[in-house]
Design a binder for this molecule. Structure first.
Ligand code: ADP
Ligand code: MG
Length: 327
């Protein structure tokens, strides 16, 4: 816990000393300093507490320095996906027009742009889900670690380039079995529960869910809150150690607290893989992304670091979009 959280952890004031759960079943997150300013706890008067720190508090840095820290790009790792002149059409209607992009491990790439501009189509093309649509056709090259994704078996590709959808979609089975399902599918001999347990626990841990479900991994996944279900879907996707994680508006069905938890998780996950997230929410792109690609009517209009695209966009259309002139 940071010193800031120690001061502002209102949930440790619960009358009976237990942590409380909110109506969604999510464990409430400690309020941050900013959160506490905007969300006073209605009707709660916290008792006075003495806080003992084991070291002196770190003085706040000047604003300019903090900004520099926040905007420092992640250390980009190796290129995972390379797109060259990728176009996708439904019948004769082009949805994605000649897009070239490079996607690196250690980075979160946000695809932004108004509705209907081809973001989902582009994302689904990266693990060949678009080919399940009969009218869809594609041209151009997509390489995963230098290999054409069309030379891979589709299920292998989808375990290496995994996807999390807008609506959490856990299978109607236990928490454990949801994660184990992916691992069993990928294995020739069907491993037993005992063999899978460490892998399941590891995936739940990396998805930031384990502590909340550890007491009963056999509970039905559909009993979890929306935010927990989405983290379970992330655990299922990362259990197979994909190189790329695709997320299509993963927080749009979630409350702000669960959204915050998932955004933090995305930050953590980029250490081990490349993340591509489609988001309608510009503030979210600003918070989570290292790179931003702005799409408009199927064209990739602008691509750059988050700072470049938001603060110094080159194209007028990007400037208008990020300033909220249209959506
Ligand atoms: P976004 O995710 O940016 O909202 P989409 O990729 O969903 O955009 O859609 C891009 C364009 O492709 C839109 O004009 C949409 O109507 C069209 N489209 C998407 N899916 C299909 C489909 N399955 N069949 C036909 N047209 C589609
Ligand atoms: Mg979409």
């Amino acid at each position: 816990m940071t010193p800031e959280e120690m001061v502002l952890d209102p949930f440790s004031f619960a009358a009976d000393g237990r942590e409380e759960e909110d109506s969604t079943g999510e464990r409430p997150q400690p309020l941050t300093a900013a959160g506490a300013l905007t969300e006073p706890l209605a009707g709660t008067v916290p008792p006075v507490r003495t806080i003992v720190l084991d070291r002196p508090p770190t003085p706040a840095r000047p604003t300019e320095h903090r900004e520099a820290v926040r905007l420092a790009p992640a250390a980009a790792g190796p290129e995972r996906l390379s797109l060259r002149d990728v176009s996708v059409a439904y019948g004769d209607k082009e949805a994605v027009k000649s897009v070239s992009l490079s996607i690196h491990q250690g980075e979160v790439l946000a695809l932004i742009g108004p509705s209907g501009c081809g973001k989902t189509t582009l994302l689904r093309t990266l693990n060949r889900l678009t080919e399940l649509t009969a009218s869809a056709s594609r041209s151009g090259d997509i390489l995963l670690d230098g290999e054409d994704i069309h030379d891979l078996v589709d299920t292998t590709l989808r375990s290496r380039v995994a996807m999390v959808f807008q609506q959490p979609n856990p299978f109607p089975m236990s928490v454990f079995d949801n994660v184990a399902f992916a691992l069993r599918e990928q294995s020739r001999k069907r491993p037993g529960k005992r063999a899978l347990e460490p892998l399941v626990i590891d995936a739940l841990r990396r998805a930031g869910l384990y502590d909340e479900v550890a007491d009963d991994l056999d509970r039905p996944a559909l009993r979890l809150s929306g935010g927990q279900q989405q983290r379970l879907c992330i655990a299922r996707a990362i259990a197979l150690r994909p190189e790329v994680l695709l997320m299509d508006e993963p927080c749009s069905a979630l409350d702000p607290i669960s959204t915050g938890v998932i955004e933090e998780l995305i930050h953590e996950l980029r250490r081990e893989l490349a993340v591509v997230i489609v988001t309608h929410n510009l503030a979210q792109a600003h918070r989570v992304a290292d790179k931003v690609a702005f799409m408009y009517l199927g064209d990739l209009i602008e691509y750059g670091t988050t700072n470049e695209v938001f603060e110094e966009p080159r194209a007028t259309r990007t400037r208008d979009y990020v300033s909220g002139a249209f959506g």
